[in-house]
Design a protein around this ligand. Structure first.
Ligand code: SAM
Ligand code: SF4
Length: 332
């Protein structure tokens, strides 16, 4: 096998998502139940050093060029700034980004930028405090907005914003959210709700589709497909807003899947490689690492894990089964 993460369909993974924790300080209804989940124990979690070692194997030996830290909520990881700094010192240096709910980012954005973080995606589903509470079961909208402003001021730009629309809750806010982001120079991307919630409450019939999102935006903005970029591996279809240069993205994970161009590989907080968000198998790099495997052996296991990646997520397959791990434990 070649020294890259190629699968049997010829796709090469260069984009690594690393989950730093399965814990979270919000309880988004499409992600987690009110009472939270059974969290991983400390011995199960990779240490900071183990994470950096595995990211090192990925960038030096497996051709990974971009690393995104996620969770759970990655800002809850005490060693985050140190992990970013150590990953920024790797050769070749990967592009480093973070997906966060923004709580605490106001305090850490400058340190993260200083450590070498290149960009952030902040999740924001509503601009209304009451709706924020309905969606996340917490009153933290102000913290999120402060986090976004701090990220922008620290140069983690352009700040990207991830939004999930839920029917009857925040779907009427699509155009308002876009107007708000345009005013601030933030780049908004809508994500279709996927069947990855811990409570298994996803229902295709109530999901707000990419097509509906575009219709809602088109009522206020002129959208034209962005001409300069092919969609390529990027999951978002991007549209110029009112002729550009501002853009809006729509990630139709369910109705417009991008599996054929997927370039992702995932590492969970407890050291399991997953070749797809929807995979039902994992490869245990933590056990290998803790029993003394060298970098070459870790790389071999990682390549073998990716080789078995399926052609597609299979959400439309009548036999589709949701993965055992919910999104928050996989790393979104
Ligand atoms: N806690 C961080 C956050 O919310 O950004 C990082 C982890 S979260 C799992 C990553 C992204 O996944 C967020 O943008 C969130 O909105 C999205 N997400 C969570 N559950 C989802 C679902 N069932 N369908 C689609 N997106 C989901
Ligand atoms: Fe937490 Fe992110 Fe899941 Fe919301 S989507 S509960 S912020 S992990």
């Amino acid at each position: 096998m070649a020294a890259v993460l190629i699968d049997s369909f010829g796709r090469t993974a260069v984009d690594l998502r690393v989950s730093l924790t399965d814990r979270c300080n919000l309880r988004c209804t499409y992600c987690m139940p009110e009472e939270g989940l059974q969290w991983l124990g400390k011995p199960q979690l990779l240490t900071d050093e183990e994470i950096v070692r595995l990211v090192g194997v990925a960038v030096r030996d497996l051709g990974v060029t971009g690393v995104r830290f996620t969770g759970g909520e990655p800002l809850l990881r005490p060693g985050l700034v140190g992990i970013v700094a150590a990953c920024a010192a790797l050769e070749p240096r990967p592009e480093l980004s973070l997906t966060t709910n923004g709580i605490g980012l106001a305090r850490t954005a400058a340190a993260l930028r200083g450590a070498g973080l290149d960009r952030v995606n902040v999740s924001l589903d509503t601009l209304d405090a009451a709706t924020f509470h309905t969606l996340t079961r917490r009153d933290r909208l102000r913290d999120v907005l402060a986090g976004m402003a701090a990220a922008d001021a620290a140069g983690l730009t352009p700040v990207k914003v991830n939004t999930v629309l839920m029917r009857g809750v925040n779907d009427h806010e699509a155009a308002d959210l876009l107007a708000w982001c345009l005013e601030r120079g933030y780049e908004l991307r809508f994500i279709e709700q996927m069947p990855l919630d811990a409570q298994h409450g996803w229902d295709r019939r109530s999901m707000v589709t990419a097509e509906e999102i575009l219709e809602r935006l088109a009522a206020r903005f002129a959208l034209t497909p962005e001409p300069s970029t092919r969609r390529g591996a990027a999951p978002a279809e991007r549209w110029l807003v009112d002729g550009g240069p501002a853009v809006v993205g729509v990630i139709g994970s369910v109705t417009r899947p991008f599996c054929a161009a997927c370039d992702r590989t995932r590492l969970t907080a407890d050291g399991q490689v997953r070749n797809c968000l929807f995979a039902r198998e994992e490869t245990d790099l933590r056990a290998a690492l803790r029993s003394g495997a060298g970098d070459a052996e870790l790389a071999r296991l990682w390549r073998a894990a990716m080789w078995g990646k399926k052609a597609g997520a299979g959400i439309d397959d009548p036999e589709f089964l949701q993965p055992v791990r919910p999104m928050s434990a996989i790393g979104g």
